[in-house]
Structure formats: C-alpha cells, structure tokens
Design a binder for this molecule. Structure first.
Ligand code: CP
Length: 354
C-alpha cells in the first residue's frame, strides 16, 4: 500500500481588509492586500453614491504648502461621501504653528502644534496634512519631524497629503493609472523614473513615492539622472529589496536615452541632488549642465512604442517635459489627477466608515 503524501494544511482564509481607524503616512503602512482593496474601492467609487456613507463625519485638512489636486480631491471626496472637510492654512488663515518641543514661543508662532492638533482631534474624525521638506538637512527631512509631530499629537487617523519625503496618495493614484494602462500585473514591466530640469531644487517626496510604488508592484525600475543626482543609497537599497522580492529590479542610469530604452512607462520628475542637499548654491552648476534632460517627443522615441508618460502635476511645460509629451497620446497625467479623487474617496471611506 502506497502512503499518500501528507495533505498540506488548507490555506488560511484571507482576512477581510479592515482599515477603520488607520492612518496613512506612507505606502509602507499598507500591505499588498490593503493596496489592492483600496484600488478596487477607488474603481467602484467612480460611480456616484447617494447614500452618504460618511454623513456627519468631518475631517480637517491642514496645508502648510500650496496645493491644487490634493486639496480639491480631499474636499470633493468628503462632499461626495456625505461628510465635511475643514481646510486651514496655519500662518495664513489660521494661527501660525510652533513645532519644537520646549520652544519659548516669543516669535511669530502663536500656537503649538500639540495644542492645535489636540483641539482639532476633539472636533474631527481625521486629519490630513501637507508639510513639504525644509530642504536644509537631509537627516532632518528624512525624519519627517512635522508629520511625526502631528501624528503623535493626533487622536484620530492622519493622512499624509505630501510630506518631506513621501506622497502616498499620489502613489496610489499612480498605481491605479499604471494598472489601467499596462494591466493589473505590472511585475517586470519597465518603468523609467527620469530626473528632469527645473529652475530650483525640489524635494524627494514624489520620486521616493514613485520608487516605493513601482518597486512594490515588482516593476523593472530604471532611475535616470545626471551624476550626483542619485537618490539616497539607503533608500535605493530598501526599494531594491522590495522590488526583488516581487520579481522586479531597480537600476540607475546616467544616460537618459539608455534608461528610457524600451520603457513601457516614463515618469518625469525633478529633484534636488541628494549629494548636494542643503548646499543648493553648489548644486546650481550641475543642475544647469543637465538642461538637456527635458523629456521631449524625440527622447520619448527611445521608449517602447505607445509608452505611457506620467507626471504628478503641476509640471513646468517645456522645462520638465515638452507640450506635446504632456498632451501626447501616451500621456496619463490627467488620469493620475482624476485618480487622486478616487483614491482619496477610497481612503476616507475605508478608514472613517462606522
Ligand atoms: N500632485 C499633487 O500633489 O498636486 P498638488 O500639489 O496640486 O496637490
């Protein structure tokens, strides 16, 4: 009598995704199943809902920096779900905030972040925050001091609406646009994230968010940038590990045409050279020398036929990318922007629903 092989234990039933009460500070806060669930919810929310699932629910949206897409997406998302969003800009239409613990507040700042967020936490069920990088110290920006101070003081979910080095809601919108354009399984598909010229050094929030998202999707990610503009080595190591675990890869190319060669998607974004961080006067020379990195139609010809073009917007036309690329047949920029509303609705609904 042959002995049958021991039966393997039945797979554990997939746990239903429950995001109620959760913050979203980074894509790293979400499992792959939770990302898939949010994107499926976002797709379903293209249809208007009349039931007002968040009726009676309010959020505060704190903008320490300007915004178009993020602000409107969050306000409209709450309205569409039957809730309310209170928008404030400390230092402009609300008291200016102090963030340092132990500060002697005899300067411009009128209210400590702990008191402001403590107060808002008594009035709203969720808090969105936009807080760009200070651009003085890499170590300080990498520690996300403003986002952390708000998250520590809050007694409700906190949503990162773009911080010093991350922009998770943009990542989710970009992932939805890429899946719609290239298929649900992005593993192994080549995505080129290319540095592009800009009049001033910009933070790493979007480049980091793109790298987190594309590596989590298992894409073959090529980072294209002039020498000296490479992303931080420790960060690159972490996203490379995430990509390789999923069958993808991360490579760095100093020749833009080589990096774009055969790419299914080209994501353009400028950033300040991490190797010159805080020494921006010195960075001006290599930045000026890379003026030829504008993404033009000729440069896009190196990518795969029908390659998609992405940018988070706002984009400086004919500096970062040419008009006919931004408005070209492969451009996904307005799909990405539209998706900001869908994923914002999904995140509010899933984290704030009763
Ligand atoms: N992409 C993005 O976050 O746009 P805003 O800066 O206009 O919000």
């Amino acid at each position: 009598m042959t002995q049958s092989a021991p039966a393997s234990p039945p797979p554990a039933p997939a746990r239903p995704v429950d995001l109620r009460g959760r913050s979203l500070l980074s894509l790293d806060d979400l499992s792959d199943a939770e990302v898939d669930h949010l994107l499926a919810t976002a797709r379903a929310l293209q249809e208007p809902i009349s039931s007002g699932p968040l009726r009676g629910v309010s959020v505060a949206l704190v903008f320490l920096n300007p915004s178009l897409r993020t602000r409107v997406a969050a306000e409209v998302a709450m309205a569409d779900l039957g809730g309310h969003a209170a928008v404030l800009s400390p230092g402009n239409d609300a008291w200016k905030w102090e963030f340092r613990r132990g500060a002697v507040m005899d300067g411009d700042a009128v209210e400590h972040v702990r008191d402001a967020i403590g107060t808002l936490s008594t009035m709203v069920r969720g808090l969105g925050l936009r807080c760009f990088a200070g651009m003085r110290s890499w170590k300080e920006d990498a520690a996300e001091p403003v986002l952390r101070a708000v998250a520590e003081a809050a007694r409700c979910p906190v949503y990162n609406l773009e911080s010093a080095q991350d922009h998770p809601l943009q990542s989710l919108a970009d992932l939805l646009a890429l899946r719609d354009a290239l298929g649900a399984d992005l593993r192994g598909k080549p995505l080129a994230l290319t540095w592009a010229p800009h009049p001033k050094p910009l933070p790493m929030a979007v480049p980091h968010a793109v790298l987190r998202m594309a590596s989590r999707a298992g894409m073959a990610v090529r980072v294209c940038c002039p020498e000296g503009f490479e992303p931080d080595g420790a960060f690159l190591g972490s996203v490379r590990r995430a990509a390789e675990e999923r069958g993808g890869s991360v490579s760095v190319h100093h020749d833009q045409a080589e990096g774009l060669s055969g790419a299914a998607a080209v994501y353009a974004k400028s950033w300040g050279a991490p190797s010159f961080y805080g020494r921006w006067e010195e960075e001006r020379t290599p930045r000026a020398a890379a003026a030829g990195w504008t993404v033009t139609r000729e440069r896009m010809a190196a990518a795969a036929p029908r390659a998609r073009f992405l940018h988070c917007l706002p984009v400086r036309r004919n500096v970062v990318a040419a008009d006919d690329v931004v408005e070209g047949p492969g451009s996904l920029v307005l799909n990405q922007a539209r998706n900001r509303l869908l994923v914002q609705k999904a995140v509010f609904l899933e984290t704030l629903r009763p």
